[in-house]
Design a protein around this ligand. Structure first.
Ligand code: NAD
Length: 377
């Protein structure tokens, strides 16, 4: 479609707002992609080098993720240009000024992202009352401490196994990354009877065919050590995790870790994507063609954003965890059914499901490309 931005299409973006306050060094951009399903939720990122185009792509990813999670929210993203490690006082001034400049932009709800955290969200809340991912003292639900995303991932895994010929209690699991997503995925899957045979972090891999002691690994990480320092398994180099013989492989570290150059090394039957875009398009196609089932990132790892949306509604921790389980399981089931019935990759099915939901909501708006009813004038 021809458009003024070079990247707009039938879904959005609805608005692009530049904010500039040279006196304190604030320079930022907000992209509100689509609000047909409700006000947009998306992270506030502080980074030196994000283009308007990239900000739009991140906002679009949130539109699809929120719709796929069936939340009453659209997608948006804000970037403030700067060093995320700037002095705290300066960061506070800039974040508060950014919030203030968007005081009336009620279609955007601030959330934490790279370079911002719960404290930053507290500053935004103090300025304009519109943020999620708050500290507990302000009614926040501590999603990383609870392992909200790992909890969702475990439910996605259980549903995916209905399409395969083995149970969780017989499964050998390898997990890349042992941070907030990886370690809680390990804990929840282990509690369900799975054997976690390998985990890694940025410094190395630890492997034990009999299964690793997850509690002991939690304790080790609390001491600031690497999983590769663990004595209850064999230490391997960091990327050895990719070729570990297992049944379930969970990426929970970085983008693009599985690509055309290493996908042939994988020896697994199921990949449940905890990290964002951990598998390149070409590698995901290869896996599909070779019978490896992949649950796409924005279906499997939606626990965090569901938790944030529940927090915004004032829900309890218990209600948030119950909703994550229901939504992630339900959406995984639906995506895998569409994929099986239509003979398409799960990612294509997930994008189709999310886009259809956005279009249906758009059809109910006053001006709509998708409405069959005459426009209200
Ligand atoms: P984190 O910083 O808590 O943990 C990251 C882990 O990955 C650490 O153990 C780190 O040592 C390890 N790591 C870094 N580089 C690595 C490498 N090259 N190889 C192996 N391990 C490496 O981060 P997190 O919150 O657990 O997030 C992990 C991923 O999941 C990110 O892509 C994030 O965007 C995505 N994600 C997180 C959430 C959430 O709720 N935290 C929700 C959705 C998606």
């Amino acid at each position: 479609m021809d458009n003024m931005f070079g990247f707009a299409d039938e879904l959005g973006p609805a608005k692009i707002i530049h904010v500039y306050e040279p006196a304190i060094g604030l320079k930022g951009i907000l992209v509100i992609d689509n609000v047909a399903r409700g006000p947009s939720i998306g992270g506030l990122r502080i980074a030196p080098d994000v283009s308007a185009n990239e900000c739009f792509r991140l906002a679009r990813a949130m539109t699809l993720k929120n719709a796929a999670a069936d939340l009453p929210h659209g997608g948006g993203k804000m970037v403030i240009y700067g060093d995320p490690k700037m002095p705290l006082q300066q960061k506070q001034q800039i974040v508060r000024a950014a919030a203030d400049s968007l005081r009336n932009e009620e279609d955007y709800i601030f959330g934490p992202d790279m370079g911002t955290n719960e404290e930053c969200m507290a500053w935004v809340r103090d300025e304009i009352g519109r943020s999620v991912g708050l500290p507990e003292e302000l009614g926040g639900i501590p999603l990383d401490q609870l392992g909200a995303t790992g909890w969702g991932l475990m439910h996605a895994t259980e549903v995916a196994l209905q399409h395969l010929d083995f149970d969780l209690t017989e499964a050998r699991v390898a997990i890349q990354g042992f941070g907030s997503v990886g370690k809680h995925s390990a804990r929840y899957l282990h509690d369900k009877g799975a054997r976690i045979v390998a985990v890694n972090d940025s410094r190395g891999t630890v492997y034990n065919q009999q299964g690793l002691d997850i509690e002991a690994l939690f304790e080790l990480k609390k001491l600031g050590k690497s999983v590769a320092d663990f004595s209850g398994g064999k230490t391997l180099e960091r990327d050895a995790i990719i070729a570990i013989d297992c049944d379930i492989w969970i990426p929970a570290a970085r983008p693009d870790v599985i690509h055309e150059g290493n996908v042939q090394q994988m020896r697994t039957k199921l990949i449940v994507q905890g990290a964002n875009i951990p598998v390149t398009e070409g590698a995901e196609k290869y896996l599909y063609e070779h019978g490896v089932l992949c649950v796409p990132d924005f279906i499997a790892n939606a626990g965090g954003v569901i938790c944030a949306a529940m927090e915004y509604k004032g829900a309890t921790e218990h209600a948030a965890m119950t909703t994550i389980a229901e939504k992630v399981a339900g959406n995984t089931r639906k995506v895998l059914e569409i994929s099986a019935n239509d003979g398409i990759q799960p990612r294509e099915a997930a994008v189709k499901m999310a886009t259809d939901r956005v279009k249906k909501a758009m059809a109910l708006r006053r001006w709509s490309l998708f409405s069959t009813a005459p426009h209200f004038l």
